[in-house]
Write a protein that binds this ligand. Structure first.
Ligand code: ADP
Length: 517
């Protein structure tokens, strides 16, 4: 029977001690020594067991901080109990008691993880001192584990990026956020060169310099760079603002003695918003003056077009021209015509972008609208060898917005996709509801967009086409913004482009018609 002594109520426990000895007298004496050791209300909680089996059962049920174990037990050797006991109480320590100690026995005991070996007959103070030391170790181990747990909670669960780099720029630590943005598991990141693997070439040198400066000096450095998986095919890089500082104590394994900690904040969204605000401001600053100018240009442009038409006819009528010269002249006139046409388009699109206009807001069957636009472009698509597939949710998703404007959005996106697929391909349009949004997803099998320019395609005047205006996607974004929606492009070179537009959904029941709860 295990003997349990009643613990004085509300006493502060100095620690839980498990005495394992088949000699009841000795166990009792040890217990009394320990119970007399506390000062004031603080005391050890002492349990006793008479054999190995009983000791393991008690350890399993109640745990212990220090186990005092006789080497010679009826059913086991105390040395063999060390490992299973410690497995049951991970931070607990085992003190062995033996009648005689050879050097070999002592070494074996310590190898198996005993905290100490006490040889009978010992003085009570010796036992108390040893137990106190063991308890101190247990407490420190616990405190360390707790600190580590808190540190992990802070580092892992936070929404900022935390990285640690060694003196040569190799990754020592990525927290969960950094790893997920980098597209690797935290353990996989370890040892890889940070700058060359996850920072774009343009920012690499600046970051390397900042790291070196942080390592050399005591001052923390701030630097903003791109961050993301450079090897990934899809997904744009993020913008991250890093706060770099050297860890002074260092870690033994980091050669050169230095570690740099980087705390990073993802500024991608903020930078994008700032840029959009700046774009909008720039457009409105161009404002009326530019619009007036655009209108003024339209008249002479129309006149030039008319004159060109007449000139073409005149060339046809000039009897003295040789066929070669005539065709050469037509060719040149044709080029002038193309350029006038391009200027005309530029004006139309520019006016569209710059003109402030109220939207009408009605329920728009987005699927029908998409089909109408695709019907317009079907001939173009066939001529290019592009197959079109349409998939519309059977519930007829309805967005709230301006049908004419949305038509323009879809037209711009479809024209871009068709223009991208010069050698044929397929265009898939899907319209579906998702939560309180209506989504249009257009996937093409064209050449896709290089990640290095993906962030720029919505900029006014950004184009990679010879006769492009670079205003199509700017208009798309402006209209979608006005609708309170969102548009993004997911693409990589050689993998086609996928444009995803989401718009606020119209309520399914007509206005005022009580939609049931
Ligand atoms: P534009 O069509 O006049 O060039 P946009 O603003 O519509 O102007 O498009 C900007 C650029 O975005 C294009 O020049 C092209 O490089 C790229 N782009 C747009 N859509 C696609 C697509 N579906 N596939 C590949 N590139 C595209």
């Amino acid at each position: 029977m295990p003997q349990t002594l009643p613990t004085p109520p509300r006493a502060t426990s100095l620690g839980r001690v498990l005495i394992v000895d088949d000699n009841a007298d000795l166990a009792g004496a040890l217990r009394d020594v320990l119970l007399g050791a506390g000062t004031g209300p603080a005391a050890y909680v002492v349990r006793t067991a008479t054999c190995g089996r009983e000791a393991l059962a008690m350890a399993r049920d109640e745990g212990f901080d220090v186990a005092i174990v006789d080497v010679k037990l009826p059913d086991a050797s105390g040395v063999d109990l060390i490992i299973p006991l410690r497995a049951l109480s991970v931070e607990g320590e085992v003190v062995l008691i033996t009648g005689f100690a050879s050097m070999d026995a002592a070494i074996a005991a310590l190898r198996s993880g005993a905290f100490a070996l006490i040889v009978k007959s010992f003085r009570p103070e010796e036992l108390i001192a040893t137990v106190e030391q063991a308890i101190t170790k247990v407490r420190l181990t616990r405190e360390r584990a707790e600190l580590e747990r808190r540190y992990r909670a802070v580092v892992e669960l936070t929404d900022v990026l935390v990285v640690a780099l060694d003196a040569s720029g190799g990754v020592v630590l990525f927290n969960r956020k950094a790893a997920s943005m980098a597209g690797v598991a935290s353990e996989e990141a370890r040892g890889h060169d940070f700058v060359s693997r996850w920072v774009s070439r343009e920012d690499g040198q600046r970051l390397t310099d900042a790291l070196a400066a942080a390592l050399a000096g005591d001052k923390a450095r701030e630097v903003e760079t791109s961050f993301g998986d450079r090897l990934a095919e899809r997904g744009a890089m993020h913008r991250v603002r890093w706060h770099l500082s050297r860890v002074r104590d260092g870690f033994a394994h980091s050669e050169g003695g230095g570690l740099v900690y980087g705390i990073g904040i993802d500024t991608t969204e903020r930078r994008a918003l700032e840029k959009r605000a700046a774009d909008a401001e720039a457009l409105s600053a161009m404002g009326e003056l530019a619009m007036g100018l655009a209108h003024e240009i339209r008249n002479p442009l129309n006149a030039a077009n008319l004159q060109l038409h007449l000139l073409n006819r005149a060339v046809d009528r000039l009897a003295e021209l040789s066929p070669g010269t005539r065709s050469e002249m037509h060719k040149r006139l044709h080029i002038v015509g193309d350029e006038i046409g391009r200027l005309g388009r530029l004006l139309t699109e520019f006016l569209e972008l710059a003109r402030p206009r109220e939207l009408s807001r009605q329920a728009v069957e987005l699927g029908e609208l998409v089909e109408a636009v695709l019907a317009l472009e079907r001939e173009q698509a066939e001529a290019r060898g592009v197959k079109i597939a349409v998939e519309i949710d059977s519930d007829g998703p309805r967005a709230i917005g301006d049908a004419e404007k949305l038509k323009q959005v879809v037209l711009n996106l479809v024209v871009n996709a068709l223009e991208a697929m010069k050698d044929g391909g397929s265009l898939s349009a899907k319209v579906f509801s998702r939560e309180n949004k209506v989504v249009l997803q257009l996937d093409d099998t064209g050449p896709g967009i290089d990640p290095s320019v993906l962030a720029q395609v919505f900029d006014p005047f950004f184009t990679t086409k010879e006769a492009g205006t670079g205003l199509g996607l700017s208009i798309v974004r402006k209209i979608i913004d006005q609708h309170g929606g969102d548009v993004r492009i997911d693409s990589a070179r050689g993998k086609g482009a996928s444009v995803i537009v989401s718009l606020p959904a119209a309520r399914s029941a007509p206005e005022g018609g009580g939609a049931g709860a």
